[in-house]
Design a protein around this ligand. Structure first.
Ligand code: NDP
Length: 477
């Protein structure tokens, strides 16, 4: 059995307090055991990152690019092996898990290039004889707090830009997924990253996460996770003057209007709502369907959803892996009960047994709902989608935007007029036309509006807004 430890100033350390890492497809499969960090190790990790910042922030772009590129190559070379580990640890089915590892590798390659593209501006001064230069500098020590649902891609999309722009890192992954974060940090070490530049802390959010947020030696916090945790972190960061970036939940609408290609719409809904067991912040959890296509759409989607094979994440036939843990499974089932009590009709959604003991449930479609029901207001974070029938495109758009969230929104239509209108008027950070709301490119900005996100965007060239500070220099000849 693997033992996972925190990585501090180039050393693997931990206390005697441990937490087992169980495979949600097979609870008899103990993937490993994490030796948890305490307050003293948190302080050591922050001190190491602070010390390393002095030299790392002065490295050349070439040095940083070479390390990021080497890390990207190593990740891609080990795609199958790391994907298998991810599938065991988190329950994502193997093909999707390998895809996530590939994404992590490509992110490191992308930011290797970005390290070389840090530019600035020379601006004419309004004063004679003066030149103005606007440049970007590294921000400092970045604290990162990540969730369990993308255990390698999310750490990658925070660590890679932080390093590219010359920052140092202390990262705390979710307790449920220590293995992927550990492998990622090992790869960085093997790729030549100096000691102290990236430090990993394994431990509970209430101890390690809170200590990171409270530390005066952390300059910024990048957080992905639930809205309630994110809001509390933001308040503390603003009070202590830390820069903060939050990526949180969603209640993403997929609009299907009368002129949609039925097959395209059903495939978009099936993938967006149920793949990755619905455990994606961009999942299509509200399917908003106009009346003329509603009956056909629901019948086709229900048939396809009932055919999805639910099973062990490593089984090639599986289309829907297990829910990550018992707490999340109980939450999914609780929301289905609430939806039924509020008048929705639940199709599927039963807990199922498989040869191995795990957290399996069938995908659930809740029909006959309206947008005021809790199933349409609150994030479930499981393989659960509800259908809201509307009269026409105008009502569909209004319902799509009637939500406190604003991460992703999609429309299925063959009309350029509606596609263009929706692109402009959907109140979301990301808009998809004839595609699932989940599933995005790795080289463009990711993030949302309203209660889904706070602070600068992640990923792509836009990541530099968070990971750098701007300096304006006046030079008199
Ligand atoms: P949580 O908010 O529970 O946890 C996220 C991270 O925060 C974990 O590392 C957790 O540690 C840590 N944490 C928990 N409490 C504190 C605290 N008091 N102070 C500091 N850190 C803390 O979310 P989940 O991990 O359960 O992830 C699911 C949620 O994340 C969903 O709501 C989903 O919508 C959202 N999400 C959003 C994404 C986006 O990009 N918009 C992407 C992925 C998920 P611990 O491991 O101990 O729990």
């Amino acid at each position: 059995m693997s033992q996972y430890r925190s990585f501090i100033n180039g050393e693997w350390l931990g206390t005697t307090s441990t937490l087992p890492n169980l495979n949600p497809s097979d609870l008899s499969d103990v993937v490993g055991e994490a030796r948890l960090a305490d307050d003293a190790l948190v302080a050591d990790a922050i001190a190491a990152a602070r010390h390393a910042f002095r030299s790392w922030s002065l490295t050349t772009p070439q040095q940083r690019a070479d390390i990021l590129d080497a890390a990207g190559t190593r990740i891609l070379q080990r795609k199958e092996e790391l994907g298998t580990l991810l599938a065991r640890e988190e329950g994502k089915r193997l093909a999707e898990a390998i895809g996530e590892v590939g994404r992590a590798g490509n992110i490191f390659k992308f930011f290797a290039g970005e390290a070389l593209r840090i530019g600035g501006e020379v601006v004419s001064s309004v004063r004679p004889g003066m030149t103005v230069e606007v440049t970007r500098e590294p921000l400092g020590v970045i604290g990162m707090i990540t969730p369990w649902n993308f255990p390698i891609a999310i750490p990658a999309w925070k660590i890679a830009p932080a390093l590219a722009y010359g920052n140092t890192v202390v990262i705390k992954p979710a307790e449920a997924v220590p293995a992927c974060a550990t492998e990622l940090v090992k790869i960085l070490e093997e790729s030549g990253l100096p000691a102290g530049v990236v430090n990993l802390l394994l431990g509970p959010g209430r101890v390690v996460g809170e200590a990171l947020v409270a530390s005066p030696d952390i300059d910024a916090i990048s957080f992905t996770g639930s809205e309630s945790t994110g809001r509390a972190i933001a308040v503390k960061c603003v009070t202590s003057g830390k820069k903060v970036q939050l990526e949180m939940g969603g209640k993403n609408p997929l609009v299907v209007i009368d002129d949609a290609d039925l097959d395209v719409a059903v495939e978009a809904a099936l993938d967006g709502s149920f793949f990755s067991t619905g455990q994606r912040c961009t999942a299509s959890s509200r399917l908003i369907v106009t009346s003329a296509i509603h009956g056909q759409f629901v019948a086709a989607l229900q048939r396809k959803a009932s055919e999805l094979v639910v099973g062990h994440a490593l089984d090639k036939a599986t289309r829907i892996g297990p829910v990550v843990d018992d707490r999340q499974l109980q939450q999914n089932l609780k929301y289905l009960k609430i939806a039924a009590e509020e008048g929705g009709q639940v199709l599927g959604g039963e807990r199922v047994e498989r040869p191995t003991r795990g957290y399996f449930m069938r995908p659930a479609l809740v029909i006959g709902t309206d947008n005021t029901m809790r199933i349409n207001r609150e994030e479930v974070f499981g393989p659960v989608a509800s259908v809201i029938e509307v009269a026409d495109y105008e009502e569909a758009l209004a319902v799509a935007n009637d939500t406190p969230y604003g991460l992703a929104a999609g429309i299925c239509t063959t009309s350029l007029k509606y596609a263009s209108h929706f692109r402009r008027h959907a109140e979301a950070g990301m808009v998809m036309v004839n595609a699932p709301t989940a599933g995005v490119d790795y080289h463009v900005p990711f993030g949302g509006r309203k209660r889904s996100s706070y602070g600068p965007r992640e990923q792509g060239t836009y990541a530099r807004e968070f990971y750098t500070v701007v300096k304006t220099a006046y030079v008199k000849a």
